[in-house]
Design a protein around this ligand. Structure first.
Ligand code: SIN
Length: 292
């Protein structure tokens, strides 16, 4: 564990190359320019930042904090069938939750396991950051795991780096990160027919300029230009390399935790939890670029 002291902020690294805790800051108050600079440099280094003890943060304060990282995306289509946004006054805030009110889920992902993914990688422009604020957590389960995609790329053998350098991958838009078919989408039976954005397998982070492996999501992924067998075999090799347990860090939530992750150089997954318990997270997402 390393520790760096800035202004009044302390940065303590939590994992093997990914994850750090920022202490000494109250996100319910405006963040100074110096603190913002320290947070940004810690974020570029550690890819995932945790701010503990932020219980009682209002939705406006979450939005103000999230805006430090860039322009916010509108929240995705609500999980409920009413078509109404989660919070009428906050179109950029959504819920990740298993809570059901009047027969309608208030948020996405239920209590299911969410498979390894990068948020919304099936779009042409993919979010740079995602921010999750823990309001209610279950007594067990629902942990969120992260892996470092810079390290995944850097640790590939040279011949594999050369092989994937010109290749792209199709990122399936038909299923959510819990693997469930989205409303109105057809089941993919052959990955060569997958619908979704095509992105390079190796992307360059627009700020650090470092290269990262960019896999997005495994189900129905396909590498154009390769036979289905070659594509499956190469993707299996890259995926098992990227999510090796020794390259991951796990967030075990406490109420009041705020987590910020960089979708350009990390992937995440979430453990399932007991559906009879409650989990409520507020989530914002920062708009990003077309991966290159
Ligand atoms: C997600 O996969 O984006 C949600 C993570 C979580 O619920 O912890």
């Amino acid at each position: 564990m390393s520790s760096v002291v800035g202004d009044s902020i302390t940065v303590v690294s939590l994992g093997a190359g990914i994850g750090a805790q920022i202490d000494g800051i109250n996100l319910r108050e405006p963040v100074s320019a110096l603190s913002k600079a320290q947070i940004m440099s810690a974020w570029m280094l550690h890819k995932v930042l945790r701010f503990r003890g932020q219980k009682g943060m209002s939705t406006q304060q979450l939005v103000d904090f999230s805006r430090l990282f860039g322009e916010l995306d509108r929240a995705p289509t609500p999980a409920n069938k009413t078509g109404k946004p989660y919070l009428a006054d906050f179109p950029t805030v959504t819920a990740i939750s298993n809570i059901v009110v009047d027969g309608q889920p208030i948020g996405g992902l239920g209590a299911y396991e969410a498979e390894w993914h990068t948020d919304m990688s099936y779009n042409d422009h993919t979010p740079s950051a995602s921010i999750l604020y823990a309001i209610e957590i279950p007594p067990s389960g629902g942990d969120t795991w992260f892996c470092d995609m810079y390290a995944a790329y850097a640790q590939l053998p040279a011949e594999l780096k050369a092989r994937i350098a010109p290749l792209k991958c199709v990122h399936d838009a038909s299923r959510n990160s819990a693997g469930m078919l989205r409303k109105g989408w057809k089941e993919v039976t052959d990955p060569r027919e997958t619908i979704g954005a095509q992105h390079p397998l190796v992307r360059t982070h627009p700020i650090t300029k470092r290269k990262a492996l960019f896999l997005g999501r495994r189900l129905n992924a396909c590498i154009p230009g390769l036979s289905l067998e070659e594509s499956e075999s190469l993707l299996n090799t890259l995926w098992s390399h990227a999510v090796r347990p020794e390259s991951t860090w796990v967030q075990q939530w406490k109420v009041g935790d705020v987590l910020v992750w960089d979708n350009r150089c990390s992937m995440h997954r979430r453990d399932a939890f007991d559906a009879s318990t409650r989990r409520l997270m507020h989530r914002t997402q920062v708009a990003g670029d077309r991966p290159y």
